[in-house]
Design a protein around this ligand. Structure first.
Ligand code: SAM
Length: 284
């Protein structure tokens, strides 16, 4: 008979021995997941024995996490901005830093604008476009990606969040799958922006597990940024907002200037890094 407290201690030791960065927190989240309870409720149930089925779920989750598979894939879900998202293996786990991009977009979209057309190319799980649509009832969003796993994951989230009436998920390169007859006000994008040669040095959760298509921004990290700046300048009626790497803001601001955007502005993330660069369309 294993109690919750014993299971928690063993799980923490197991994860620590495998170099998992936050073994106690991850052990609590895995155990709460196995027991289908809130993490804080574990503390009210320390003496409770685990059922065999709960132990099975916990062991499998620990096995995966011990191999440094991202915790959000193991749990199948992650909180992002005001929403909960399903995240499947093969799809980038939305990061807290990306909430800065959502907040920047919300600061540009008036609460009563309806309709307001948003494109979220490189959508992954749908995090950015869905978080915007959840908060702005007038937003109509196009989510695009080239990865089948991402598209399937994003579609699942659209349905779970009951946003299918205002959000379309499209397969293809950047803005290309959005018919040219359809308006786009704002392009909001978290593209792959890591320089190719930096990827192998990242933590195992990223370098070993997350898809290269979601990370690799080419030799200087900015290959997609340049292409998107040009295509967004030709199509967006209001502007372009991009998430950037911690040292890329000046280079991206120069790319937006060169593409014809005006009033180029930046936003910092909670860690104090310049995380978002945005420019407006001159005629807007
Ligand atoms: C950094 S991830 C961002 C995912 C999501 N927006 C987020 O913030 O969590 C980049 C995504 O871009 C997709 N992608 C890469 N190249 C693309 C392209 N040329 N056109 C559309 N999507 C692309 C990848 O499949 C991946 O899902």
């Amino acid at each position: 008979m294993t109690t919750v407290l014993e299971a928690l201690r063993k799980a923490e030791q197991w994860l620590r021995a495998r170099g998992v960065p936050s073994p106690r927190t991850d052990a609590e989240r895995i155990l709460a997941h196995a027991l289908s309870i809130e993490r804080l409720d574990l503390y009210l149930q320390f003496a409770r024995p685990l059922e065999p089925a709960e132990l099975d779920v916990m062991r499998e989750a620990l096995r995966r996490r011990g191999q440094r598979e991202p915790l959000a894939w193991v749990l199948g879900t992650v909180g992002f901005h005001t929403i909960d998202l399903a995240v499947s293996p093969g799809v980038l786990v939305p990061r807290p830093d990306t909430e800065t991009l959502v907040d920047a977009a919300l600061s540009w979209i008036a609460a009563d604008e309806d309709p307001y057309y948003v494109a979220d190319p490189c959508t992954g799980s749908g995090a950015v476009g869905l978080a915007i649509a959840a908060v702005r009832p007038g937003a109509r969003c196009y989510l695009t990606d080239q990865s089948d796993a991402a598209l399937e994951n994003a579609r699942k989230n659209v349905v779970a969040l009951d946003l299918a009436a205002r959000v379309a998920v499209l397969r293809g390169d950047l803005l290309q799958p959005i018919p040219t007859s359809r308006p786009i006000d704002l392009v909001v994008c978290n593209p792959p922006y890591i320089p190719s040669s930096d990827i192998s040095a990242l933590e195992p959760e990223v370098s070993r597990w997350e898809p290269r298509l979601a990370l690799d921004g080419g030799p200087d990290g900015l290959v997609l940024v340049r292409r998107l700046a040009t295509t967004a300048a030709a199509r967006a009626r209001r502007g372009l907002l991009l998430e950037v790497g911690h040292d890329q803001a000046d280079a991206v601001a120069a790319i937006l200037d060169a593409a014809g955007f005006v009033g180029v502005t930046t936003w910092k993330d909670l860690g104090g890094h310049t995380r978002v660069v945005g420019g407006r369309v001159a005629s807007a």
